[in-house]
Design a protein around this ligand. Sequence first.
Ligand code: CO
Length: 282
Amino acid sequence: MKNRQILRVIPAMETSDGAGVRIRRSIGQSQHVRLDPFLMLDEFGSDQAADYIAGFPSHPHRGFETVTYMIEGHMLHEDHLGNRGDLKNGGVQWMTAGRGIIHSEMPQQEEGMMRGFQLWLNLPAAEKMKPAGYRDIQPEDIPQLTLADGSQIKLIAGEFERDGTQHRGAVVGGSTKPLYLDIQLQPGGTVSLPVASELNAMLYLYDGRASLDGEALQARAATVLAAGDQINLAAADGGARLLLIAGQPIGEPVAQYGPFVMNTVAEIEQTLQDYRLGRLTG
Ligand code: CO
């Protein structure tokens, strides 16, 4: 086994999106800061309603998938296909924009904490124009692995073998084999996990303090990992919570214009025309 080390650190930048929701963006803060197949990673987290109340009114997407993980809070997703999804504490929404989706994501609370993440996962050229899809994953449907010391890992997506046991997330498969884990380490807790060598991988520490193979992780930053097939994590005295996100790189050119992600500028122009003419969704 080869331990993965820290390759580079992308601190999250504060910005706003939607109708004025405050977010912290690491991956995707510029078009030069991506980790194939991931286009964007946003963290939202505030107990001030003004930071989230405006939400994300109706807007389009084409050419990729969005994965929203709600740690605390309540949002309602609605889209042109007629899907309505309540996203609550611990739930995940996996949306495939494919050839086109028009959706809104609006807070269902007027006070209190709203906290979570949105990840943009690219699709290869062959799948960019597939039909739109939507999956609502309830918290109780996310498999959880409890370690001997009480540390817990939520398996949102992907699969791996550990100590002779195969572990499968709520979502398995996909051409980029996405792995998405929420790891909650007890004070002083440690864990070693396999991360297949063909996957690009990153960590995002969002609570407490932790280290990778003895090297301290920066909080609120996407920590991109070097090549290897295993990670060794250790939490400091106060424990730690972090995401592990990995996927197989697509290796194709990316042309992005806001919520549209294609391979070429010509395809983006076609997308804008489709949207203007009301043909985005087919
Ligand atoms: Co959206």
